[in-house]
Design a protein around this ligand. Sequence first.
Ligand code: FAD
Ligand code: SF4
Length: 475
Amino acid sequence: MAKRIRYEDRNPEPLMEASLRVKSFREYAFGYSVPLALDEAQRCLFCKDADQRCIKGCPIGVDIPGFIKKITEGDLIGAYKKIIEADPFPSICGRICPQERQCEGSCILYYDTVRGKRNKGLPVSIGALEKFVGDFARISGIRIERERPKPTGYKVAVVGAGPAGLACAYDLALLGHEVHVFEALSKPGGVMAYGIPHARLPRDILDGCIKELRDLGVKFFFGYVVGETVKLSQLLEEYHAVFLGVGAGRGSLGIKGDHLKGVYSAIEVLTRVGLYRADQFPNSAMPVDLGKKTAIIGGGFTAVDCAITALRLGVETHVVYRRTRETSSARQEEWDHIREEGAIIHWLTQPIEILGDDKGKVIGLKCIKMALGEPDESGRPRPVPVEGSEHIIECDSVIFAIGQKANPIAYKDLPGLELTKWGTLKVDENLRTSIKGLFAGGDVVNGGDTVVRALAEGRKAAKSIHRFLIEEVKL
Ligand code: FAD
Ligand code: SF4
């Protein structure tokens, strides 16, 4: 049968209808059925090596044409095996990677269209296909049997159970090392557990990934705030190596009125709901009060996740961003999703002051309209204020979803540890810090990126730690 190549008709992932999805935190993207996945897989051109831009666009280097080929052959176990050679958590990455900036943004179908060479239309839905394969393996209980490695006698401490720490722990355990993960919160997953709403990443998927680690012998210690409960220097003495994957979870406020009652950091709101289920209050122990109207400041993943959360709490939701949709770092389709769900998005709008009543309670957000000026250092047009355009968005709460920073609590008392001028940890190309035996990766190093980049750095650090143990510690 002749190979069918259709460029324009990418298969969208079926979604729950907007009026229904705002009523609950259930996942709203249903995923491909088998016929849809087979149809989408057949759109891939299987470019030859030099053209495989999609693989280069994936921070963890999934063999994308390789796994898609297996789908077209009906070999879903083969497709799963291909993906997990690079990415240990396909059901997660397929759901939450910003694919349009990564693998799909590099797909030749799309790339040729953007540069006007050929009109080939939209990229292959790599993320949805990866989710399909990951879910197939998960739901059918497929496990790739691995020989249990012989214990090496080396002990490694991993600080932080976010994607960087989990990937590092996973690979170290596969190499036979004893791995102990120390996590400040009561659950593992980092932003995947406390930040990303259940509607985008159901927690049973995360639980399945954690179970794989536990089955490999990784031990978790929760409620351990390294730097407080136990010092990093102590871990460096007790373990042969330490990996720091503590993320960049410290939010920042910073305009007049940010002390008022009703002002939140995004992480506080998301953690209350994502981890402690404030949406189920009083059936859960944790409330969150955003009032009737909230204004969310920011234009990245965090702002969109706050909007998804606020909408599902039944709150009128405004998102205020000083730049445009095209220059925002959130996923483009998610802007469409929250708009369909009723969010009111104020592009090119800069908040200047939070207004309060005489009881110190938020009543509004004073803003000014912006216009696009000359490009700034990042190459994006610099927003400049439009004179006389001040206005007030009435609201009962304000959520700051900007400026996540590394929290130095874990390493603040470690003399000799070098930081960059942005306050992130300084590492070399092997993710070694300036302290012998201490490695780091993920947001604490890159200042805030993506889950898949944190996974990739966790894996890279595991390789580097392994070399260090064998070549320098030498039991
Ligand atoms: P984290 O995920 O932050 O994990 C760090 C862990 O370390 C946490 O569990 C924390 O509790 C723990 N920790 C911190 N300090 C200590 C200490 N002193 N002792 C012990 N433990 C400690 N990326 C995407 O690719 N797709 C998305 O859709 C997406 N959405 C996002 C939504 C939000 C709200 C946010 C904030 C980020 C989002 N990102 C997304 C970015 C992505 O989540 C991060 O880049 C990624 O989680 C970084 O991984 P990490 O392991 O470095 O850190
Ligand atoms: Fe794309 Fe993420 Fe999968 Fe890589 S891991 S192929 S970036 S969806």
